[in-house]
Unconditional design. Structure first.
Length: 303
C-alpha cells in the first residue's frame, strides 16, 4: 500500500524533476514543498506496515531525485547573487537534504555556500561545525577533515580510524576518544536493540533490562545496543554503562535492519533474523520480549 502511494507521489512530483531554466528562488520553493509532501506521506503510512516493508531507501531516492536535476543545472556562481537571508536558507535546505541522502554533490554545494558567506565576512563557525558533523554522520571522514582545515576549526574531539573495508554489521566502538570500526560477530542468540541516548523509551527499556530482564527472560542471550548513524558520536552514552553497545558505522551495512526508529528490537538466532518489534511503552516488560522471541523459524520480519 505504502510503496504504491510513494509511487503516486513520484509521478505527481515528476520522476525527473524539471529544474532547467528556473531561478534559485523558484527551485527553493519547489524543493521545500516537495520534500514536505514526501515526509508527510512517509510518516502517515509508517504505522500501517510491517517493519520488513518500510521503504526507507525509496524515500531517500525520492528526496535525492529532487536535487539531482538541481545539481546538474545549477551554476554555483548563481549563489553569489542571493542576499544573505536567501543564502542562509539554502544552507539549511541543503543540509537537511544531505542528512537524508548523503549526496556528495550536495555537500560540495554546502561548502561553496560557506565559502561565499565567509567572503561576505559573515559568521560561519557554527555553520562550519554543523557541516563537519554532517560529514561525520555520513562517515565521510575525509570531508570532515577538509572542513576543519578549510575553515580553521579546532580538531574534532574524536579520532576516527578507517575500516579496512566496508563490511556488513560494522559498528564504532569508542575508546579513549578513538572511534574504532568493529565487525559484529553473531552468537547463538542475539537481540540487537536500535537505541538512542536521546530516546526516553530506549531509557525505559534499559532500566527494565538492568533491573529484571538481564536476569530473567533475556538471561543467556546477547543483547547489543546499536546507536543509529545519525546520532552524534560525541553523545553522552552513560546510560549504556556496563552494557554492550556501539555506533552504527553505516546503517545500510546492517542488512535486515530496515527501521531505525528507537527503540526497535531485532532477534537473530544462529545469525538468521527471525523477528522484530518496535517501541517500549510504560509498563511493558517480559510479555513484550516473549512476543519478540516467539518465532523459532526464519520468516519475514513482522510488526
Amino acid at each position: 500500500m505504502f510503496s504504491l502511494h510513494l509511487a503516486a507521489i513520484a509521478i505527481s512530483l515528476g520522476n525527473q524533476p524539471q529544474c532547467e531554466n528556473v531561478t534559485l528562488e523558484q527551485f527553493y520553493r519547489r524543493a521545500v514543498s516537495e520534500t514536505r509532501i514526501i515526509n508527510e506521506n512517509y510518516n502517515d503510512y509508517l504505522d500501517n506496515l510491517p517493519l520488513s516493508s518500510l521503504p526507507i531507501d525509496e524515500r531517500k531516492r525520492l528526496i535525492n531525485d529532487i536535487y539531482s536535476c538541481f545539481l546538474v543545472n545549477t551554476d554555483r556562481d548563481d549563489f553569489k547573487a542571493l542576499d544573505s537571508n536567501a543564502l542562509h536558507n539554502y544552507y539549511v535546505l541543503l543540509s537537511s537534504a544531505y542528512s537524508t541522502t548523503k549526496n556528495e554533490g550536495l555537500f560540495k554545494t554546502i561548502v561553496f555556500i560557506l565559502d561565499e558567506k565567509r567572503r561576505r565576512n559573515e559568521r560561519i563557525k557554527n555553520l562550519a561545525d554543523n557541516a563537519r558533523d554532517l560529514a561525520l554522520q555520513a562517515r565521510d571522514i575525509e570531508a570532515a577533515h577538509e572542513i576543519e582545515t578549510r575553515f580553521n576549526l579546532e580538531t574534532y574531539k574524536i579520532e576516527f580510524n578507517s575500516a579496512e573495508k566496508s563490511t556488513e554489521y560494522t559498528y564504532y566502538q569508542i575508546n579513549e576518544n578513538v572511534a574504532q570500526p568493529i565487525s559484529y560477530d553473531f552468537s547463538e542468540e542475539d537481540i540487537i536493540v536500535v537505541s538512542s541516548p536521546y530516546c526516553n523509551p530506549s531509557k525505559r527499556f534499559i532500566d527494565w533490562y538492568k533491573s529484571e530482564g538481564r536476569d530473567g527472560v533475556l538471561k543467556g542471550k546477547r543483547v547489543f545496543f546499536l546507536i543509529p548513524q545519525d546520532v552524534p558520536i560525541t553523545s553522552d552514552t552513560s546510560m549504556y554503562a556496563n552494557l554492550e553497545y556501539g555506533f552504527s558505522y553505516k546503517d545500510e551495512l546492517w542488512e535486515g535492519i530496515s527501521y531505525w526508529a528507537t527503540p526497535t528490537f531485532y532477534y537473530w538466532k544462529d545469525g538468521t533474523l527471525l523477528n522484530a518489534l518496535d517501541g517500549w511503552r510504560k509498563g511493558e516488560g517480559e510479555e513484550k520480549v516473549d512476543k519478540l522471541l516467539a518465532h523459532d523459524d526464519a520468516k519475514d520480519v513482522i510488526d
